[in-house]
Design a protein around this ligand. Structure first.
Ligand code: TZP
Ligand code: MG
Length: 224
């Protein structure tokens, strides 16, 4: 069935620990391929290609960058997830896809992309979380935890309390907090019950993306 998922939740929880998200416009003029390579060397455990916003690449250029970043992920042994674009995920044979509430249900994405595909869904409330889980999501992205400049149509800040609320309502699926997370602000997100943190600017705009990624990885007692 569409719920016959082959993603192991325990493995996925580990992969979600330091979940780096970016597209070309998030890298402050640096080459995204270099940024990602450094970030993975520093301790990033999962990557999402999110080529969105003013000045973002489209068409062939977006595909070419996606392919390069996918190759970097393969070298580093890190899952490569595509934001929103199902056709791109299918064409590249991505490890997963991340979508919003308004997109196709997880079960249909899994049927389209294959049963080993990681399907992540954004959720902003208990209601939305339950809906996404019923639809077959493997993990949830929950936020925004803190104020962010990286998303224009962002929802009101909910804080780490939202994670705690989901857990207290019996939601046990793997989940990550997102929005404004820095190494200094990550601990409350994890203490609230998140399996990992997802980050754009704290890594992509760091002077040294590798060091920034290592600072997140260190929260789990791992060093590189
Ligand atoms: N969804 C909710 S907040 C956000 C997204 C994509 C942006 C996160 O970026 P940053 O720079 O880590 O705040
Ligand atoms: Mg969407």
């Amino acid at each position: 069935s569409s719920f016959d998922r082959r993603i192991d939740p325990a493995k996925l929880r580990r992969q979600l620990a330091v979940y780096f998200i970016m597209g070309s416009i998030n890298c402050g003029g640096k080459n995204p391929v270099i940024v990602l390579r450094e970030a993975i060397a520093g301790g990033v455990t999962m990557f999402q290609f999110r080529e969105k916003g003013t000045g973002a690449l489209t068409g062939k250029a977006a595909y070419e960058l996606a392919r390069e970043l996918q190759a970097v992920c393969r070298e580093g042994g890190v899952p490569f997830i595509v934001n929103d674009d199902v056709e791109m995920a299918a064409a590249l044979g991505a490890d997963g896809i991340h979508v919003g509430q308004e997109d196709s249900p997880a079960s249909s994405l899994r049927s389209r992309l294959g049963h080993n595909t990681i399907v992540g869904v954004s959720a902003h409330s208990v209601e939305e979380a339950r809906h996404a889980i019923a639809d077959g999501a493997d993990y949830l992205g929950v936020g925004p935890m803190y104020p962010t400049l990286s998303k224009s149509d962002v929802r009101p800040v909910r804080g780490p309390h939202l994670i705690q609320e989901l857990r207290s309502h019996g939601i046990t699926v793997p989940l990550v907090g997102i929005g404004g997370i820095t190494p200094a602000k990550a601990s409350p997100v994890l203490s609230a019950g998140a399996d990992g943190i997802s980050v754009i600017s704290a890594i992509s705009q760091a002077e040294e993306p590798g060091r920034a990624a290592a600072a997140f990885a260190a929260l789990y007692g791992k060093t590189t």
